[in-house]
Design a protein around this ligand. Structure first.
Ligand code: IMP
Ligand code: MG
Length: 178
């Protein structure tokens, strides 16, 4: 067990880089099987997905393309409260086999919102890939097709995931030390 300090909190080793690489190779192989003869378009959600996207991509042998989007949240002026917005979603995904690539599904709100927004662009299909899923934190059902690891609802950093912007560069995944 190794501890690291990220920003002002202490985190401890949770999933090793080696375990992550083995699992990502399995996910790449599953995508190859599912998309035989097709050219999927992987859409990464910035910033958290960059590391997973780069590794997943190198484990896919099927010809594929990538793109990136960003989700911004802000306080709306109406009583609806938190409103989200997708940046960088092109119209040219019509008829494409889309795979959304995320770092983590926590409440599931972002995933559900993204699937709805991407559906509006009429892709041929939409699937969802995430390196981490917190099943106990889900507030609504999310159909997640490629899950790296199911984890308990504790805060994690590393492998693209951040705490206040830091920790994304850690090769292993770390859990907040309580
Ligand atoms: P959701 O909409 O609640 O599923 O949240 C998804 C987003 O929250 C992810 O894309 C992350 O950016 C962030 N997030 C949720 N849990 C964690 C965590 O444990 N560490 C770092 N970021 C997290
Ligand atoms: Mg994210």
């Amino acid at each position: 067990m190794t501890d690291v300090t990220v920003h002002d909190k202490i985190f401890t080793t949770f999933i090793s880089a080696e375990k992550i690489q083995t699992r990502v190779a399995e996910l790449g192989a599953a995508i190859d099987r599912d998309y035989l003869g097709k050219n999927p378009l992987l859409i990464g959600v910035l910033n958290g997905s960059v590391i997973f996207m780069a590794d997943l991509l190198r484990n896919i042998k099927t010809p594929c393309e990538i793109g990136f989007i960003r989700v911004s949240s802000y306080q709306g002026t109406t009583s609806s409260g938190k409103v989200k917005n997708v940046i960088g979603l092109d119209d040219n995904i019509e008829g494409r086999e889309v795979i959304i690539v995320e770092d983590i599904i926590d409440t599931g709100d972002t995933a559900v919102y993204l699937i709805e927004e991407i559906k509006k662009k009429n892709p041929a299909s939409i699937r969802f890939a995430t390196i981490l899923l917190k099943p106990e934190a889900l507030r609504q059902p999310v159909k997640c097709d490629y899950v790296g690891f199911e984890i308990p609802p504790a805060f994690v950093v590393g492998y693209g995931l951040d705490y206040d912007g830091f920790g994304r560069n850690l090769a292993d995944i770390y859990q907040l030390k309580s």
